[in-house]
Design a protein around this ligand. Structure first.
Ligand code: DGJ
Length: 702
């Protein structure tokens, strides 16, 4: 990083890019450049000037800024808004100072301190840079140095100004339950495009991120992106003004939110991980490896995830020691390494109408507790995992009968149920402690090494009479979830945590800073899954993408296990069908693929990956994973076509052009140069419905 102090310019240098910030004579923090490196950094300067064309155009409103507050003559989407003690609702943030901290030999942190002097408020903009990546971590800290409380009405984590005045294409998801991560792009026209969540902790619709591109393909074109590490209400506002300047403001949603910052206190907003790259593939690969290295909890980030069995689709709520032991025997026999018992084991949980909150083992289903089942699972050589939905309570539960006031509520409003349940008020210390204690008790009593933490409803009646400022609850609830997860992990270092919210409703980089992986979607149909997984892979780490092979048949799709395995092996392979109903031949298919997955999972979970083809453009899905001398190519033919298009040629990626590779296809092995495979392509034939192939490509004499 370089600081041109005499010019008031900060040049942040990543592996391939420069991100340049300046301070104008009035102390406004301006954005100068985000893109390729300039050869001579001395060229960078503050370009921000008073640009009052006429009385209707204010300089502040038009400036290229880094973190614009609401106040003065700035009317566009602000990054920050506050109400001071004297009811002044204008914030003026001007440059005060900067600090650089070398956190370790590869990492440094720049802090640019702004102040609203009359009110004793400091806003620090942080930029963390690490070696060998183009990802920059941005976050802000607000410090109240006055002796009066201030109400923070909006605290975005960052504002971005995009370089080009030509319109950008914005990509996010158009999702819902069972249909998460369906990629959708739109042109950013003049006005404001908003992606947000107001439901509390869960959202299948969009993701807290922005991807702004121009003429981009997987390999080419400018791509600017940022992903917010936050699992609660968020807001991404992408705007384009009359002068063609595109900006993105991203952070905690200001909808029904405010935060009272008391004297001497500070508030740190969640981080945004952002970058500029050429093509979507680089974006995914940089974020994938960055997340594994720097975002995921440290305990298991470098460890391949186990092949797990989950009982949900096999037994639903109807769990018992016998049924689970039977499933465990078969799961172990086919090669699973972890057995997870899903919903139904606790309280009076016979269906979704009762039991949530009562985290004791159901005596009718498990007369001798969980010990016989866990002993059996361990004897079979697997580890044991358990499902919880800790933030929730059914009105029909001992917990709710004893503490009706522990759920969010308004005394004057009838509680709206969703999935027959209510949300616990985790902003109350006693509720947070209860949740931690019940999980802690189960973990200390039983040998549990994995928890699937579920969350199946949006909030409503969000009264929180315990808080001086109830609008803080959206923020405090999410922090409480993170805190409980962290405490459990600290006390049980071998514990792995899976984050689930009716499928992929809480899959974001915030969750992935505290949980080791996420459940991607309740939709386990293999064809739908290809789209869901490809969307997930845009900015979230492949290793964390739990995928189950099941026999659920939502769309009358034939139960073709080869195809199902081919799809699920592209993430973190798991099994979820009713194994007791399978034929020996079907179990043999499971054995074969699980064994193969164990051979290739290092490549899949830690390799670079390339989305080579998709149904819309190519009538075939092709994804390639590469690590060291090994590459794995997954091919899934479009099932919706009966046309006789069965000859394909696909160009591979990520290989060494000068090396030779053995390609194993349809039982035959042929050698090609990396150059040939990447420039001419691999030719193969594949026809018929539900056809798929897994092709291993290994460097000769690697
Ligand atoms: C929703 C999850 O997404 C499912 O996998 C399962 O755990 C159910 N909840 C259990 O109620």
């Amino acid at each position: 990083m370089l600081i041109l102090e005499n010019k008031g310019v900060f040049v942040l240098e990543t592996k391939n890019t420069h991100y340049v910030i300046s301070v104008d004579p009035d102390g406004l923090i301006c954005h100068e450049h985000w893109g390729r490196k300039c050869a001579d950094i001395e060229d960078y300067r503050c370009t921000c000037k008073p640009w009052e064309r006429n009385s209707n155009h204010s300089a502040r409103d038009l400036a290229r800024t880094e973190y614009i507050p609401y106040g003065g003559t700035c009317y566009r989407t602000p990054a920050f808004a506050a109400t001071y003690d004297d009811n002044c609702r204008e914030a003026h943030l001007t440059y005060k100072d900067f600090n650089v901290t070398f956190e370790d030999e590869d990492t440094f942190l720049l802090e640019i301190i702004l102040e609203d002097k009359p009110y004793g408020i400091e806003v620090s903009l942080f930029y963390r840079l690490r070696e060998n990546t183009d990802i920059i971590e941005r976050f802000v800290k607000i410090t109240n140095r006055s002796d009066k409380a201030v109400t923070l009405n909006k605290i975005a984590s960052a504002e971005f100004t995009l370089p080009s005045t030509r319109p950008y294409s914005s990509t996010n998801f158009n999702g819902s339950w069972g249909a998460e991560f369906r990629k959708e792009s739109t042109t950013v026209k003049n006005g404001v495009l908003t992606y947000e969540n107001r439901k509390g902790g869960s959202n299948h619709t969009h993701s807290p991120l922005f991807i702004l591109s121009q003429n981009a393909t997987e390999k080419e074109g400018d791509v600017f992106f940022g992903a917010l590490a936050w699992s609660g209400n968020y807001k991404v506002e992408i705007s384009r003004d009359f002068a063609g300047i595109t900006r993105a403001v991203i952070g905690i949603n200001d909808f029904d939110f405010s935060y009272t910052l008391k004297p001497g206190k500070e508030f740190i907003a969640p981080s945004v991980f952002c970058g500029y790259v050429k093509g979507f593939s680089q974006m995914s690969n940089q974020m994938n490896s960055y997340a594994v290295e720097h975002i995921l909890p440290k305990s298991f980030n470098k460890v391949p995830l186990p092949v797990l069995y989950n009982s949900w689709e096999a037994t639903w709520f109807d769990v018992s020691s016998e049924t689970q032991q039977k499933l465990a025997e078969i799961a172990a026999d086919i090669g699973c390494e972890l057995f997870v018992m899903d919903d139904g084991w606790f309280g009076q949980r016979k269906n979704d109408r009762a039991g949530l909150g009562d985290w004791y083992v159901n005596k009718e289903k498990f007369p001798e507790g969980l010990t016989p089942l866990i002993d059996k699972v361990k004897e079979l050589g697997m580890r044991f995992g358990l499902w919880f939905e800790p933030e929730m309570v059914n009105p029909d539960s001992d917990l709710y009968r004893a503490h009706p006031d522990w759920a969010y509520h308004y005394d004057t409003r009838e509680a709206d149920l969703l999935r027959q349940q209510l949300v616990l008020n985790l902003t109350k210390d006693e509720v947070k402690e209860y949740v931690f204690d019940v999980m802690d008790k189960m973990l200390s009593k039983y040998d549990i090494s994995y928890i699937k933490w579920d969350m199946n409803r949006a909030y409503s009646q969000t009264g929180a009479e315990n808080l001086e400022n109830p609008q803080e609850l959206w923020y405090r609830h999410v922090k409480a979830v993170y805190e409980i997860a962290d405490r459990l992990k600290a006390k049980y270092p071998c514990l792995q945590l899976e984050c689930c919210a009716s499928g992929g409703g809480r899959a974001d980089l915030g969750a992935l800073s505290h949980f080791d992986m996420v459940w991607t979607s309740d939709n386990t149909d293999p064809v739908d899954r290809l789209t869901i997984q490809q969307g997930f892979s845009l900015l979230y780490p492949i290793k964390c993408m739990r995928a189950w092979v099941t026999d659920t048949n939502r769309h009358s799709r034939p139960k073709d296990f080869d195809y199902r395995f081919n799809v699920t092996m592209q993430g973190s392979l798991s099994i979820g069908g009713n194994l007791t109903k399978y034929t020996e031949q079907e179990l043999e298919i499971h054995r074969k693929y699980i064994a193969l997955y164990k051979e290739i999972r290092e490549t899949v979970q830690f390799g670079s990956f390339y989305r080579l083809a998709n149904f819309d453009d190519d009538k075939i899905f092709a994804t390639q994973y590469v690590k060291d001398g090994r590459s794995v190519l997954f091919l899934c033919r479009d099932v919706n076509t009966f046309f006789n298009d069965k000859f394909y040629r696909i160009k591979l990626d990520g290989l060494d052009g000068y090396s030779r590779y053995n390609v194993e296809i349809d039982g035959k092995t042929e050698a090609f140069s990396g150059d040939y495979l990447m420039n001419v392509g691999l030719e193969f034939e594949m026809g018929g419905t539900l056809q798929s192939k897994i092709i291993l490509i290994d460097k000769v004499n690697a």
